[in-house]
Design a protein around this ligand. Sequence first.
Ligand SMILES: Nc1nc2c(c(=O)[nH]1)N[C@H]1C(S)=C(S)[C@@H](COP(=O)(O)O)O[C@H]1N2
Ligand SMILES: [Mo]
Length: 274
Amino acid sequence: MDEILQRIERADSLLKAAPSRREPAAAYTRAEEILSEARELLDEVDDEPRRLRLAAQIARRMADIDVAVHLDHVPPPGVARAPTDVDDPARVPPGQHLTPGWPVLHTGPVPDGDPATWTLTVTGLVEQRLVLSLDELRELGTVRVTADMHCVTSWSRLDNTWEGVPVAALLDRAGAKPQATHALVAGRPAYSANLPLEALRDDDVLFAWGHDGAPLPPAHGGPLRLVVPKRYAWKSVKWAFELRLLDRDVPGYWEARGYHNDGDPWREQRFADD
Ligand SMILES: Nc1nc2c(c(=O)[nH]1)N[C@H]1C(S)=C(S)[C@@H](COP(=O)(O)O)O[C@H]1N2
Ligand SMILES: [Mo]
């Protein structure tokens, strides 16, 4: 515990001093290393609520570092500018700012995803387990949804037009068993996010293969990603390969590492201790 708190304190003093340093990037990199060490030590904390609180403190600082050094708010080549001149509080959740670009954020390498062989498995508490190709997903009913994307690191990208299949259509096809209440969506290389089935049934929640009229770029989760516009973007699992229905809520990758379990941007549910 103390070793974790000591590292958080050291990271804080580095982060505080970083902007006035001659080489701020070096200070951020060092702080990131120290916070990674702290995160590894979390496994030794047995008290689960305390572990999650510490994880939230670490995750919050890591998100600040992402904003300070990793996020380039210029649209990369081939990505259309998203609107940034919107000043409507009903459109921009608290604490968010608009970016014209589309930052790429994920852990691990971008997996090799051949659209011709990619499959999505619907399993767990279902009447019928499904393994569907992209063509089979399309046949279930293609829709387009225009929605905003809100990342917990504080950028929002407005007006994304997603093309995909509603998760509700998949749930209807597979048949959720009566005891199924939640789901875990898994993505490559080793990622997941949890949601209540009710949230997945929302009509803006899709497994998407298209974005703004083009195939979803590999860096953004192509060939297939989950899109959950009403939650922070970490719930929008890229390179999605499995939807597993459960009779309980099982935390996903970030939910186990200090992010909020629900992640509603309008309520600023960023971290586990918010
Ligand atoms: N498979 C996978 N999906 C993922 C992630 C990841 O690490 N792996 N990161 C999530 C996070 S934290 C964010 S903010 C969004 C970013 O999506 P983007 O890169 O298309 O902007 O993807 C989410 N989906
Ligand atoms: Mo994120």
